[in-house]
Design a protein around this ligand. Structure first.
Ligand SMILES: *[C@@H]1O[C@H](CO)[C@@H](O)[C@H](O)[C@H]1NC(C)=O
Ligand SMILES: *[C@@H]1O[C@H](CO)[C@@H](O)[C@H](O)[C@H]1NC(C)=O
Ligand SMILES: *[C@@H]1O[C@H](CO)[C@@H](O)[C@H](O)[C@H]1NC(C)=O
Ligand SMILES: *[C@@H]1O[C@H](CO)[C@@H](O)[C@H](O)[C@H]1NC(C)=O
Ligand SMILES: *[C@@H]1O[C@H](CO)[C@@H](O)[C@H](O)[C@H]1NC(C)=O
Ligand SMILES: *[C@@H]1O[C@H](CO)[C@@H](O)[C@H](O)[C@H]1NC(C)=O
Ligand SMILES: *[C@@H]1O[C@H](CO)[C@@H](O)[C@H](O)[C@H]1NC(C)=O
Ligand SMILES: *[C@@H]1O[C@H](CO)[C@@H](O)[C@H](O)[C@H]1NC(C)=O
Length: 595
């Protein structure tokens, strides 16, 4: 490098024989290199301080004595170089390239050497809007900040020109290097890439029309009617078909038979009870063949969800085979999910949770949980209109009166059920808060909604004992809001779902039942559902009466849980009962919004 940049005037005469013989010009060095070379070349010389008045000619003219003087006053002559530089350079035989300037690199006239130094085009700060300038030979380039382009970064890029917003949604360039997609109601995501209108969906209702449903047919019809009224019907939205079953399944109508909500509602209202046995396993086999059958109008596209909605009481004649069949369907997932709704006069909760694709796909008929869970399931991942939640305030209301307490001497069955129910809420991993109130003729809060340790809660639970008093269930229910749900000091949360689990043996007088039912209906109207939990032992006498009383008092037969003292039965029943604490919330008018 040094040999390249140290080019004495003498050497320059023979320059052209080396590696660079093809070069017309001196090789370029940076100004910095040239100057540092200048200093290195003369390192070791220290200028004598001169009192003589210097003459610039000493540094430029090759006259006797001048050179010596110069060598002794290098710092001085270095300054003077600047003065004569251009003149001297102009006389050199090999010039600097365009875009370079010539610089003398030695201070004294006897050894005049020069270097060609690039002109820094960046000195004029040509790059605008924060761009970085890179100096080149006789040119510069700008590296622009994001959002700018052009030689001097003077052009603001229109980010919308690449049509980044999907499905034709509007783009606005709101700031430099940024754009914003204005998604219509239906779409979400930075690029409106997520279609948040639920569906399309093929729903096959599988309706139990057996003997046991003879009094409940209108409930199933009412349930389907409500569902159909909530969803848009059409070949690009929801398609509904219906299969009824008792001793054998039958396709009542296919997915394309009814293309409007009104004709569909008509068709549904005509289904009749068949009064046969409940052969659920055959029905499950049947629908697994028919739901994805294009001959029934099923749409077999990957973006279309397929659901069976099974409406049954969970009292299959062939329970073991039905559960086994359901398990096989789950294990060999065939492209559809089974949602189960417990509709009937008596409900076999243990069976329901085993027929559904997952226990969380088992639903009460007296709320919209199934609809909302389905809407969420059928909507693109990432849409935020429908949210899953477990924010629930639960009250365990436990009867301790001598007549109707489920707690009986020598058996902790009822408290074990409470404990298992409590475990099913999984309060550590969910937002479920549990309070407990016991009652006979008066109420007593055992613990409120504030978080406490699980061992403490369970210990408290087992201190419950029978009181020698007459029970007043209606009164206890009437105290629920004032003492727990509506009182913030208990740790209740205004936006929480509210559920009461009433543990009793249902041994009530007829007049009491009416008052209890009235309280339960009032609570339902205030958004609180009451589940009547009846732990029993198979040896109990009066079991039939208990069940009849509980069903009469309950808001819906689904809300009665008869729980036998049998491990598997307890866990299935409490799983079903605890399910309501995990739910999905959607705006009720989601389809109006999402158009
Ligand atoms: C079903 O019909 C019975 C009478 O047969 C009636 O008491 C009940 O209210 C009806 N239920 C619904 C949901 O319409
Ligand atoms: C059927 O759908 C139309 C349009 O979506 C709606 O205006 C009408 O109220 C619906 N009818 C019924 C009976 O739900
Ligand atoms: C569906 O049912 C209708 C009316 O029963 C019938 O005309 C049609 O052929 C069936 N199949 C399909 C694929 O639509
Ligand atoms: C579903 O997918 C099909 C084919 O991939 C496409 O034509 C249709 O537009 C999609 N439908 C929706 C609602 O995204
Ligand atoms: C509980 O609620 C909080 C705040 O609303 C939320 O961040 C958290 O994810 C919830 N936890 C569960 C398990 O749902
Ligand atoms: C419950 O009974 C006791 C007597 O056993 C009585 O003192 C108390 O006032 C009763 N409480 C209510 C709320 O009726
Ligand atoms: C409890 O609060 C709910 C709504 O926050 C209200 O509708 C209800 O009337 C209240 N009940 C009582 C007994 O204060
Ligand atoms: C669901 O959550 C999103 C974002 O957290 C919120 O904007 C939306 O209002 C919620 N929807 C409902 C129905 O609570």
């Amino acid at each position: 490098m040094l040999t390249l940049i140290l080019v004495c005037a003498f050497i320059s005469l023979v320059f052209g024989h080396g590696d660079h013989q093809h070069s017309l010009y001196y090789p370029e060095v940076s100004e910095h290199e040239a100057k540092s070379f200048l200093h290195k070349r003369h390192a070791g010389h220290t200028a004598l301080s001169s009192t003589a008045s210097p003459d610039p000619a000493y540094c430029t003219q090759l006259l006797p004595g001048y050179e010596t003087w110069c060598e002794l006053h290098i710092p001085y002559c270095q300054e003077q170089q600047e003065y004569t530089r251009e003149q001297r350079c102009a006389t050199l035989t090999t010039p600097c390239a365009p875009g370079q300037f010539c610089m003398l690199t030695t201070p004294c006239p006897a050894h005049f050497a020069h270097a060609c130094v690039d002109i820094n085009e960046c000195d004029s700060n040509p790059c605008q809007n924060g761009g970085t300038c890179h100096d080149g030979i006789s040119k510069y380039t700008c590296t622009c900040l994001p959002g700018w382009t052009g030689t001097n970064c003077e052009i603001d890029i229109d980010e919308c020109l690449s049509f980044p917003c999907m499905y034709g949604n509007d783009c606005i360039e709101d700031r430099i290097n940024s754009y914003k997609c204005v998604c219509s109601e239906r779409y979400e995501g930075v690029h409106c890439e997520t279609d948040c209108r639920p569906g399309p969906v093929d729903v096959m209702f599988l309706v139990d029309t057996s003997w046991s449903q003879s009094e409940a047919m209108n409930r199933s019809i009412a349930y389907m009617t409500k569902f159909i009224k909530h969803v848009p019907i059409g070949s690009y939205d929801f398609q509904v078909s219906l299969v009824s079953f008792a001793s054998k399944p039958e396709l009542v109508f296919n997915f394309t038979a009814y293309r409007s909500n009104s004709s569909l509602l008509d068709a549904v209202s005509f289904i009749r009870n068949e009064r046969g046995a409940t052969k659920t396993s055959d029905a499950l086999s049947f629908i697994s063949q028919e739901i994805l059958n294009p001959a029934n109008g099923a749409r077999l596209l990957s973006n279309i969800s397929h659901y069976v909605v099974l409406l049954t009481d969970g009292l299959s004649t062939d329970r073991a085979q039905a559960i086994q069949r359901a398990q096989i369907l789950k294990a060999t997932y065939l492209g559809f999910k089974i949602f189960v709704v417990g509709v009937g006069e008596d409900i076999g909760h243990e069976e329901l949770v085993q027929l559904s694709t997952d226990p969380s796909y088992t639903f009460a008929p007296d709320n919209d949980d199934l609809l909302f869970a389905m809407l969420k399931d059928a909507t693109d991942y990432g849409c935020t209109d429908c949210n899953s939640s477990s924010v629930t305030d639960v009250v365990i209301l436990f009867d301790t009166s001598k007549d109707s307490s489920p707690l009986v001497e020598n058996s902790l069955h009822s408290l074990k059920v409470v404990e298992k129910l409590f475990d099913s809420f999984d309060t550590t991993n969910t937002n479920v808060s549990v309070a407990m109130m016991t009652y006979s003729n008066d109420t007593q809060i055992q613990f409120d909604f504030h978080q406490r340790s699980i061992p403490d809660t369970k210990a408290k639970l087992y201190t419950v004992s029978i009181e020698d008093k007459k029970g007043n269930t209606a009164f206890a229910l009437s105290r629920l809001q004032d003492e727990l749900f509506n009182r913030s000091s208990t740790g209740s949360r205004p936006n929480a779902r509210k559920i009461c689990y009433l543990f009793t043996n249902g041994n009530w007088a007829k007049t009491d039942i009416l008052r209890i039912k009235q309280q339960i209906v009032n609570l339902h109207n205030d958004g609180i559902s009451v589940n009547i939990m009846v732990p029993f032992e198979i040896t109990d006498s009066g079991l039939h009466r208990t069940l009849e009383n509980a069903k009469e008092a309950a808001f819906d037969p689904y809300r009665v849980y008869m729980i036998e003292d049998n491990g598997n039965s307890i866990s299935m029943a409490v799983k079903s009962a605890a399910r309501d604490t995990k739910y999905v919330e959607c705006p009720p008018n989601i389809f109006d919004l999402k158009n």
